[in-house]
Design a binder for this molecule. Structure first.
Ligand code: PLP
Length: 337
């Protein structure tokens, strides 16, 4: 699937999507099943979020919600913002990105390089919090008649991007044999779009989301309500929410597994020690989730398990890799609620 189908006139489009899937021999051997990694850092903005960024921008242009030279506005932990900034610039628009103060310096540097105007906010707690990235992005866009808030948390193009591109790629690249798909859940766009596509091909495919402890989507999936006692969530960049985004569609999700941030960090350093590959923070959370599911004996040797790595560890050198943690893999089991 080529994103180019969306608009044949845009030169950037062929390079978004069609990222490789690679079998990981180390993980396959360690867990006794077939483990593949969907490597999204091969996208031009070096993350999976180029896909929804492109779909949301094209949708706004097609519906004439913005004029050439206008400003695309987004609330982002960095990756969607980078995709928006990069694509907007190529097409002759500006970008204004609201990031939370937990955003890594590496991502802020990249946003600046892409020409985005940046505002740092207290949190990304959603539209009900006046200091959140989402509220401030929406307010900013409301005051400028030629600005458009892409609003990845509530934009149906977010899910659609993954339904139209990521899901079909994974299905084709595994020759339809994928049995499990594991990804981190932030806006929910990836899991909702990929989950829907893969379930339509084969309803038995397991769609498992990963979120940090304290996030509320596990509860929401189980009860379809938010918990009464919502506490601040120790989010991992890109994943972990204390509100339910409109881009999270629980219909095609089987389970949400919660992992600890410190365990995710340990998994990243373990994986680097064993493979010399530095994964991103939410990818490390997926490794922690994989480990937990393995200990629950959830895999057969014939399974084909696809792990979604949205970005690369070079965006988290300070946060993930600068201080060495003690690696004890037997302690890596989080409680499955
Ligand atoms: C690094 C990273 N991982 C995971 C996610 C979550 O993906 P989604 O928003 O599709 O749920 C994001 C979203 O921004 C991200 O930047």
């Amino acid at each position: 699937m080529h994103l180019q189908e969306e608009n044949n006139t845009v030169s950037i489009t062929p390079s978004i999507g069609n990222t490789p899937i690679k079998r990981c021999d180390f993980l396959s051997g360690f867990y006794g099943t077939n483990i593949f990694i969907k490597e999204e850092f091969h996208n031009p903005g070096m993350s999976s979020k180029d896909r929804p960024a492109y779909f949301m921008i094209q949708d706004a242009i097609r519906r004439e919600r913005i004029r050439l030279g206008g400003t695309f506005v987004e609330a982002s932990s960095g990756n969607t913002g980078l995709g928006i900034a990069m694509i907007a610039k190529q097409l002759g628009y500006k970008a204004k990105i609201f990031v939370s103060k937990s955003c890594s310096q590496e991502k802020i540097d990249k946003l600046e390089e892409a020409g985005a105007a940046i505002e740092i906010c207290d949190n990304s707690n959603g539209l009900h919090d006046f200091q959140s990235t989402q509220f401030r992005a929406q307010s900013f866009a409301a005051k400028d008649p030629n600005a458009y808030f892409t609003n990845q948390y509530y934009n149906t193009q977010n899910i659609r991007a993954h339904y139209k591109t990521t899901g079909p790629e994974i299905f084709q690249q595994t020759s339809g044999k994928v049995t499990h798909f594991l990804c981190g859940v932030g806006t929910g766009g990836t899991i909702s779009g990929v989950g829907r596509f893969l379930k339509e091909q084969n309803p038995t495919t397991q769609i498992w989301g990963i979120e940090p402890k304290g996030s509320i989507l596990q509860h929401y999936l189980a009860y379809r309500t938010t918990p009464q006692d919502i506490r601040p969530c120790d989010a991992i960049e890109g994943i972990g929410r204390n509100f339910v985004p409109g881009s999270f569609d629980p219909e095609h999700v089987d389970e949400i597994y919660q992992v600890e941030k410190r365990v995710s960090k340990m998994m990243a350093q373990w994986y680097f020690r064993e493979t010399s590959f530095r994964c991103g923070f939410s990818s490390a959370a997926v490794l922690a989730g994989l480990h937990g599911f393995y200990h629950e004996m959830r895999f057969k040797s014939t399974d084909q398990v696809v792990l979604f790595f949205p970005d690369h560890g070079r965006r988290y050198l300070t946060k993930l890799y600068s201080d060495k943690v003690e690696i004890n893999i037997t302690n890596a089991i989080a409680k499955h609620g």
